[in-house]
Design a protein around this ligand. Structure first.
Ligand code: ZN
Length: 336
């Protein structure tokens, strides 16, 4: 009981993010809007092109999601949106936004010069951010717990060892297909060919398959101190460096501030993280799993992965809620 009261007291001093009251109707895709944002920091030209995701003007009421407490697995759901640019993917993105809100709060878009502006986020922007999260989660799932066994079969096709340095290759190929290659170098050769082949066309599926990201992590003058401590061919530490790079880059772009507040129960000061937006909250949630502060577990109700902050975690909070309601309905029915 005391724990519950404390949790709600802390909730008032924690990150909440606006989402529409009705998740399935809260957002719309609009092709007829134009970029109208004066800020220049948004580098990518593609981010300024329609379609844009905007609030449905008919749904006025907002919910506030305590993302860090009540939606700890949302970054896994976000990663699962990855895929070819199809109508199904747009619908899945629209539903995700209906559940958790905008990624950043949106940029100004308008129906034409002089038209009324409203916040919107482009499909290109969403697809780019989903892809990055999907790649980070792919690496995370290959090493779900630092103490448990890692999926070294998969990591061997991601972490790329040469004589004097170590790097990575991330692709959208499914695990069973990746395992057909001997090592990360063969994966790179293959996907580079696919990328060249689809550069001037191809279906959305082919273009999605051909996407990759590759780079060096350590060695030859880069991160010597880390590199000297790694045994040649090791997988776990380079994978951790790769995840650290991902998280650091994203949190530099979408930061998390540290707030100081009063713990009403204890009468003491405490610090808590305040993400700038949903994106930084999701990368913070991923960081907590990588750092071992939270664990990935399979939900006893829906069977999907969830983030467990406590050792007795059994299911997603929303699944537990649905189960409670179902039990309640059964009891009422039985009473009749
Ligand atoms: Zn569940």
């Amino acid at each position: 009981m005391a724990k519950n009261r404390q949790a709600s007291a802390l909730k008032r001093e924690s990150f909440v993010w606006p989402a529409p009251d009705k998740a399935d109707k809260g957002f719309l895709w609009r092709e007829d809007l134009q970029w109208a944002d004066p800020s220049e920091e948004f580098r990518s030209r593609a981010y300024q092109l329609p379609p844009f995701l905007v609030w449905n003007p008919e749904i006025k009421r907002r919910r506030y999601v305590a993302v860090l407490e009540d939606a700890q697995a949302c970054f896994l759901r976000f990663a699962r949106l990855a895929g070819p640019d199809t109508p199904e993917q747009r619908e899945a993105i629209r539903r995700f936004a209906g559940r958790y809100g905008f990624l950043t709060g949106g940029r100004w878009v308008a129906p034409g010069a002089g038209g009324e502006v409203e916040p919107g986020e482009s499909l290109h922007f969403w697809r780019q951010e989903i892809q990055h999260m999907a790649w980070a989660v792919q690496v995370l799932m290959a090493m779900p717990d630092p103490k448990e066994r890692i999926d070294d079969e998969l990591l061997r096709r991601i972490i790329w060892w040469q004589r004097d340095r170590v790097g990575y290759i991330l692709t959208n190929l499914p695990r069973e297909e990746l395992l057909r290659f001997r090592d990360a170098w063969e994966v790179f050769e293959f996907v580079r060919g696919e990328y060249r082949r689809t550069a001037k066309g191809g279906t959305p599926e082919e273009r999605h398959r051909a996407l990759f990201s590759a780079g060096w992590l350590a060695g030859v003058g880069k991160r010597d101190r880390i590199f000297r401590r790694v045994v040649w061919g090791a997988l776990r530490r380079p994978a951790l460096v790769l995840l650290a790079d991902f998280i650091a880059k994203k949190l530099a772009e979408y930061p998390v501030a540290l707030r100081i507040g009063m713990d009403a129960e204890k009468g003491e000061l405490r610090s808590f993280p305040m993400p700038a937006n949903l994106l930084s909250a999701m990368w913070l949630l991923l960081y907590r799993v990588v750092a071992g502060e939270a664990k990935l577990k399979k939900c006893a109700q829906c069977g999907e992965w969830g983030v467990a902050k406590y050792s007795n975690w059994r299911m997603h909070p929303e699944c537990a809620n649905a189960e409670r309601q179902a039990r309640h309905r059964r009891r009422e029915k039985g009473g009749d």
